[in-house]
Design a protein around this ligand. Structure first.
Ligand SMILES: Nc1ncnc2c1ncn2[C@@H]1O[C@H](COP(=O)(O)OP(=O)(O)OP(=O)(O)O)[C@@H](O)[C@H]1O
Length: 700
């Protein structure tokens, strides 16, 4: 399979959507082959069902087997899906929940696949045994999502590449044109004009170095744009990938460290030191790709200035005006006779005299105000120059800040922040670029860990054990519990049972054809369901719900559930056609529940007897038929059939049936419907009770 369009059902249009979603054809193929059902479901026009069937189809091509090769009936598939639904509850990520669908039961001929899964699952079970109740690990896992690889950054508006060299211009335009402005300038004058429009200018040729630039233009010089790495010129791009996936990455790293501390290997390619390095580098950025507060002292100081400057200036001014007011109150002017004459002769202005008198106080108030600003904003040398012109030199009352100078100051601080952040992001981007591939691998492994961990946690919760695989056709278990009853009711009576050539064979007959008889509501259907659960899980390579279980793998599994309602003639015919498939000689396990309801009892017994005869001729098959007609069926069959029974001994004080859930071997159990009638009678009164009493008499 070389391309997407080699996959049936993926045409040109769909292939394009896959490529767009996953970033490339290879990535899309990897997702399909790797069973990333969650990811595939997100492709435009693809739902979860389509994704599951697509993955199944592609895997079937590779493995040469489909789920239906083993699960021969719709009811078997239903049991498989219900089991999967239970396992999915132990997933912590959507990825794992969806990917669990790649686990299917295999026929015996694919034993290598079953063994492969068994080996891996045994590892997952051990991991879950150690870590299954670690709440920290579980909450970390639930924070991990598939990485988003498409992390476009918006065009950078405040940075530009300027050059006088047309070659450099073309190269820069081609590489960076979509990310920032690239401009060709003719000389120093134009360079300055253009540069004033940006807070950060990269001058990309040595001619620019010779320009006589004013103080406010401070470009960064580069000889050749081609020799610069992307992380240097646009660090935002590399940082964006890590920022967008920050939560997943940080959770994965923490999880890796946690697993390693518990002796569980995780992504061997990255050593402990690199993991720590990646973790500390990631701690410098936030989810938007910005430099996190606290990661650079210089940036923090500038940001603090920018945040506080307005408030600080207004506080300082109000303090200064209070001081100025009290100075004015205390000021008096005594004119000497000489000064009076000078004023009268027009040699000096009275205004000058007043100014002279007040200048000292004003000056010291302004000086104090500036000192307070320097102190409170922690200003450094280079920033003092702009502060000088914050207040008017001429006495003005009340004292006010010169807004245009305050604005210029703020602008300078903002530019400095941007420049410093770019510098800082370059260091971060350089450090992170080294980890780009391994980060992707780590998260993928973390998500895949959750797939296995879900199976392990499922096994841990229900105390499942790996079954023993035996060579003969049969199944035997001890203390087995029906998972559907357990999840529904919380408790379940464990059951022991054996059918076929197992080490627990009760009478040495190795009977592989069994009729299960018994009391109404005794648990026959539940027993059949339990056997089905064990068969399916064992053929998936999964552990089974029994303290001990041995099973002979088989090629096909036929499960025929109890029919609902009365069947008409057409349905009777259909059921027979369905059953005809068991007639061939291939190894198989057949479970059927109360097949007798397909027609009237006499005819049913004959038909079931006939089917059992066909099955008993196949030494590679095993079958259990639940029936209330066991005696009648035995009369209608020539082959050796073992009849087992689930019997009730009475009703307890709460009127529940007292049932021995484990079947008795070679024992025809009575249906004991009278117990049910008795229960109904004791639970009712009046006419209703009279009715049930009459029915009860019929059994005496
Ligand atoms: N091992 C068990 N532990 C606890 N509850 C059980 C067990 N087996 C069956 N039950 C409960 O007994 C009830 C009847 O079970 P089930 O339907 O399997 O009986 P049945 O013998 O097939 O009945 P019927 O002959 O009427 O079809 C169900 O509610 C089921 O949950």
């Amino acid at each position: 399979m070389k391309g997407l369009q080699d996959i049936p059902r993926i045409g040109e249009k769909m292939a394009k959507r896959f490529e767009e979603h996953f970033g490339s054809e290879d990535a899309a193929l990897e997702a399909i082959l790797g069973g990333d059902i969650a990811g595939i479901s997100e492709v435009e026009g693809v739902g979860q069902r389509y994704a599951i069937s697509l993955v199944h189809e592609v895997r079937a091509q590779f493995e040469g087997v489909t789920m239906n090769d083993f699960l021969k009936t719709k009811e078997g598939v239903d049991i498989y899906e219900r089991l999967l639904d239970i396992i999915k509850q132990f997933s912590h990520t959507k990825y794992a929940k969806d990917k669990l669908h790649v686990y299917i039961p295999y026929p015996e001929s694919k034993r290598d696949k079953i063994e492969e899964v068994r080996t891996a699952t045994a590892g997952y079970m051990e991991t879950a045994r150690i870590m299954g109740d670690n709440e920290d690990l579980l909450s970390l896992l639930s924070c991990i999502k598939t990485l988003e690889c498409k992390c476009p950054v918006p065009k950078i508006r405040d940075r530009a590449i300027l050059t006088t060299d047309s070659k450099q211009y073309q190269v820069a335009k081609q590489i960076y044109g979509e990310l920032m402005d690239v401009q060709l300038v003719k000389g120093g004058g134009e360079f300055v004009d253009v540069a004033r429009g940006y807070s950060h200018v990269v001058a990309a040729d040595d001619k620019c170095m010779a320009f006589d630039l004013p103080e406010d233009i401070d470009p960064e010089f580069l000889m050749d744009v081609q020799k610069v790495d992307m992380w240097y010129m646009v660090p935002e791009l590399e940082v964006a990938f890590f920022a967008k996936n920050l939560v997943s990455l940080e959770s994965t790293i923490q999880m890796a460290q946690m697993l390693r501390a518990s002796g569980i290997g995780f992504v061997g390619e990255i050593g402990d030191n690199d993991l720590e390095d990646l973790k500390s580098t990631l701690s410098l950025i936030d989810g938007s790709g910005d430099v996190k507060a606290g990661s650079d002292i210089a940036i923090d100081r500038l940001v603090l200035i920018s945040d506080k400057v307005d408030e600080c200036v207004s506080e300082v001014i109000s303090g200064a005006n209070t001081t100025l007011d009290s100075c004015l109150e205390q000021s008096k002017l005594t004119l000497s006779g000489q000064d009076m004459l000078k004023v009268m002769n027009g040699k000096i202005e009275i205004k000058d005299l007043l100014e002279k008198e007040l200048y000292h106080s004003y000056n010291s108030v302004v000086k104090d105000a500036k000192a307070r600003l320097v102190n409170e904003l922690c200003l450094e040398k280079g920033e003092l120059l702009l502060l000088e012109s914050f207040f008017p030199e001429e006495i003005s009352h009340p004292l006010e800040v010169q807004q245009e100078h305050l604005y210029a100051f703020k602008q300078q601080i903002a530019n400095q922040i941007k420049r410093k952040k770019v510098q800082h992001k370059r260091n971060i981007a350089k450090a992170l670029s080294r980890y780009h591939d391994i980060a992707q691998k780590m998260v993928r492994e973390a998500l895949d860990f959750d797939v296995g961990f879900s199976i392990g946690c499922f096994a841990r919760e229900f105390d499942l054990q790996m079954p023993d695989l035996i060579e003969s056709c049969g199944i035997a278990f001890e203390d087995a519990t029906n998972l559907f009853i357990k999840t529904r009711h919380g408790s379940v009576v464990p059951i022991d049972y054996s059918v076929g050539g197992t080490t627990r064979d009760p009478d040495g007959s190795k009977s592989g054809v069994v009729l299960l008889s018994g009391v109404n509501s005794g648990g026959k259907t539940s027993m059949l369901e339990l056997v089905a659960q064990c068969i399916i899980l064992a053929h998936m390579g999964f552990p089974t719900p029994a303290k001990y279980l041995e099973i002979g793998l088989t090629e096909g599994f036929y499960y025929f559930g109890k029919s609902k309602g009365t069947l008409d003639a057409g349905a009777f015919e259909t059921t027979l056609v369905d059953f005809s498939v068991v007639a061939n000689n291939s190894p198989k396990i057949v479970l059927a529940d109360e097949l007798e309801s397909i027609t009237e009892p006499g005819a049913s017994a004959k038909i079931i007897g006939g089917i059992l005869e066909v099955l008993s001729e196949n030494s590679n098959s095993m079958s259990i038929f639940v029936s209330h007609l066991s005696e009648l069926i035995l009369e209608n069959t020539e082959c050796p059939v073992r009849v087992d029974g689930i019997e009730a001994s009475g009703l307890d004080k709460d009127l529940n049936l007292i049932v021995e859930r484990t079947p008795r071997y070679n024992y025809v159990a009575k249906s004991t419907p009278e117990l049910i009638v008795e229960r109904l009678s004791r639970r009712s009164d009046g006419i209703e009770q009279e009715f049930y009493r009459k029915l009860k008499e019929k059994f005496q």
